[in-house]
Design a protein around this ligand. Structure first.
Ligand SMILES: NC(=O)c1ccc[n+]([C@@H]2O[C@H](COP(=O)([O-])OP(=O)(O)OC[C@H]3O[C@@H](n4cnc5c(N)ncnc54)[C@H](OP(=O)(O)O)[C@@H]3O)[C@@H](O)[C@H]2O)c1
Length: 280
């Protein structure tokens, strides 16, 4: 493939692995980045400055590409259609990092992006993710302190390694046989949150316990940082996972030809991220 593939969110949790995966396949990569990159991109990447909500910048970045990895950041829905139109005017194939919620709720942010991409008439593949293993990095300070205090320790999640999301994305970007497919992208097991913390502690070599946080206290805390809607929806979703664990799909294995990575493998790789800070 001589034309570049555009990667949006290239400095993020999945985007950085999409970049690495494409480069490993010998595919030229262009990245849309805003401001100075938080994570330095490899030298081989052509970076184009711009914001994903600026259709002009998106069109310029997409011009002449063979396809694009699309990440729509945050939960705002304004500007989705304009951005997707600008992207698909030039990129003939779009692989979108979506969420399982898109399947149940077309009005969710992910559902709206999917609709806009589908309406473009271009080739598309949707990666409907349950949750990224990297979300547990949000517990790092509490792990270091010896206890993670959060609600719904028995809520089971099928968290997926970010590299697996990227591996599926790379296959879909390079191989047109994945066009028109919505993949459910999960880890190989559904693990209660309290067990995720136990596994992190074991792999990081730290004594850490789960401390069940009362629901009302958790709801108020989340509402303060993420807003009321997110808090209400999030709490209801986690509560539902106590009796109905998140689904486990075999799509990663079917697309990549190898089993999905386990949460323990992810925790082993990230043991250093949970390690105590060393003061100098
Ligand atoms: N995390 C999950 O478990 C999960 C699961 C399913 C779906 N999703 C969806 O995936 C999306 C990303 O979530 P994430 O937590 O995984 O994020 P992330 O990839 O770790 O970070 C966001 C990326 O997007 C870039 N970005 C943010 N705002 C931008 C803008 N206005 N213009 C251009 N680039 C921008 C960031 O670049 P900078 O370096 O400039 O910040 C960063 O590279 C969200 O829509 C989320 O709902 C997440």
């Amino acid at each position: 493939m001589n034309q570049p593939v555009l990667v949006t969110g290239a400095t993020g949790k999945t985007g950085r692995h999409v970049v690495a995966g494409l480069l490993a396949e010998g595919v030229p990569v262009r990245a849309l980045v805003r401001g100075p990159a938080g994570v330095r991109l490899p030298d081989a990447v052509e970076d184009v400055g711009g914001d994903i909500t600026d259709p002009g910048a998106v069109a310029a970045a997409a011009r002449g590409t063979a396809g694009a990895y699309l990440l729509w950041p945050g939960f705002g829905t304004d500007g989705i259609r304009e951005t997707v139109e600008a992207l698909t005017r030039h990129a003939p194939r779009v692989v979108y990092f979506s969420a399982v919620a898109a399947g149940n709720d077309p009005d969710s942010v992910w559902g709206r992006v999917e609709t806009a991409v589908r309406d473009s008439g271009r080739e598309w593949t949707f990666l409907r993710v349950t949750g990224l293993a990297a979300n547990t990095l949000g517990w790092a300070d509490q792990v270091r302190a010896g206890a993670v205090r959060a609600p719904f320790g028995r809520a089971s999640r099928s968290l997926v390694h970010e590299r697996d999301v990227a591996a599926v994305a790379v296959r879909a970007l390079l191989d047109g046989s994945h066009a028109g497919r919505s993949y459910t992208v999960t880890g190989p097991e559904s693990l209660p949150q309290a067990d995720q913390v136990r596994v992190i502690g074991e792999e990081a070599g730290l004594p850490v316990r789960w401390e069940e946080q009362p629901e009302e206290e958790a709801r108020a805390e989340i509402a303060e940082t993420m807003g009321e809607v997110y808090a209400t929806d999030g709490m209801a979703y986690w509560a539902s996972l106590v009796d109905t664990p998140e689904p486990v799909s075999r799509d990663v294995e079917e697309v990549t030809g190898r089993p999905a990575l386990t949460f323990r493998e992810w925790a082993r790789e990230h043991a250093g991220d949970f390690a105590p800070h060393v003061s100098r």
